[in-house]
Ligand binder design. Structure first.
Ligand SMILES: [Zn+2]
Length: 348
């Protein structure tokens, strides 16, 4: 493969993905309730400065400010007719900074077009069909590709139906696609999907993701535990992604905050590497300062044996009962994703 992501993966033991987008833009003045994606049009200087700061902290991969850029999410802000404009702008800003900073620093920076959930439930739980979802993701993906994205980055997913729709939509561009899910509910996604099921799904779905793993969620301990639980289902050549929130989310004066220190994120990064991740970054709450400590913790670091859950608890904090019981083999085996059953697969 000759795309930028695969070239870098072939050259380096690991790649550093960036930190948070939304929470950092809130710190720059974005108001609660406003769509971060509108800043690609209204405050491009701020979006560019965040990209620049993440690259300055060592990021090899930056995600575009387009997480909520499907027509379904933009509809909440009466901007559903502006999918192409907003996503192209997001990718152009990231591309411009990646090229300029990459040239200045003498390294290649991958621009990943972020694609988050539609916010809609899929059939039979809700109104959206996989086909309609795929159309919406394709619309977003085409705009991100037109703006210069190297890869499409499907993230914070919960349901395999939506993941299937997003991968199909992203795949229409011909660009590599990365996907990550959020293990935020007792060791599973909100829709009940286990780490083992995610790996099995990613091995069978088309197009096959270039990399997959976990992002966001309820803190680094839980994310690394999910990767450890996923490991049994991995195949040689799988590229695993870890992009954890910066500690555990909590509320102060109605605002969501994250308690992760730079030291915690450094410990998380090494454990994620030990757990097999080759693309590591942060999600909500992760500032450029946190990202810099992750880079420093990983550069020159030789991965150790895969951690046990006890190691994870000792260094990162508690993990859920669900993650523990999966680790102990007390959960039912992964659901089979047969090729024949692909179309009619129940929502998980
Ligand atoms: Zn997040």
């Amino acid at each position: 493969m000759s795309d930028r992501l695969h070239r870098l993966l072939a050259e380096r033991p690991y790649l550093l993905a960036d930190g948070a987008t939304g929470t950092n833009l809130f710190d720059m003045g974005l108001m609660t309730g406003d769509a971060p994606e509108m800043w690609n049009i209204e405050r491009p200087d701020q979006v560019e400065s965040l990209h620049r700061a993440m690259i300055g902290a060592g990021a090899d991969i930056i995600l575009t400010n387009s997480f909520g850029g499907t027509r379904y999410r933009l509809k909440l802000h009466k901007a559903e007719s502006r999918v192409a404009e907003i996503n192209q702008a997001a990718a152009r800003l990231a591309r411009r900074v990646a090229d300029a900073e990459g040239k200045r620093l003498g390294r290649q920076i991958v621009v990943a077009g972020s694609m988050g959930p539609t916010g809609e439930l899929f059939e039979p739980l809700g109104p959206l069909t996989v086909g309609a979802g795929a159309d919406a993701f394709a619309e977003q993906a085409r705009a991100l590709a037109a703006g210069g994205a190297d890869v499409l980055w499907v993230e914070t997913m919960s349901s395999t139906d939506e993941l299937r729709a997003a991968l199909a939509g992203a795949g229409t561009t011909g660009l590599p696609v990365v996907c990550t899910v959020s293990f935020d509910t007792n060791g599973r996604t909100m829709m009940g999907v286990t780490p083992v099921e995610v790996a099995a799904f990613c091995h069978e779905v088309a197009p096959k993701p270039a990399a997959f793993g976990g992002n966001c969620g309820v803190g680094p301990a839980e994310l690394v535990a999910a990767l450890v639980n996923m490991a049994d289902a991995e195949l040689p050549g799988d590229v695993i992604v870890a992009k954890s929130n910066c500690g555990v989310p909590y509320f102060v004066e109605g605002k969501i905050r994250y308690d992760g220190t730079p030291e915690l994120m450094a410990a998380y990064a090494r454990l994620a590497r030990d757990a097999g991740a080759r693309i590591i970054g942060g999600c909500c709450g992760t500032t450029p300062a946190h990202l810099k400590t992750i880079r420093d913790a990983l550069d020159g670091y030789e991965p150790q044996a895969r951690p046990t859950l006890a190691d994870i608890v000792a260094r990162l904090g508690q993990v859920s009962r669900g993650a523990e019981s999966q680790s102990a083999g007390e959960e039912p085996p992964a659901r089979r994703h047969s090729r024949r059953g692909r179309r009619g697969e129940a929502a998980t």
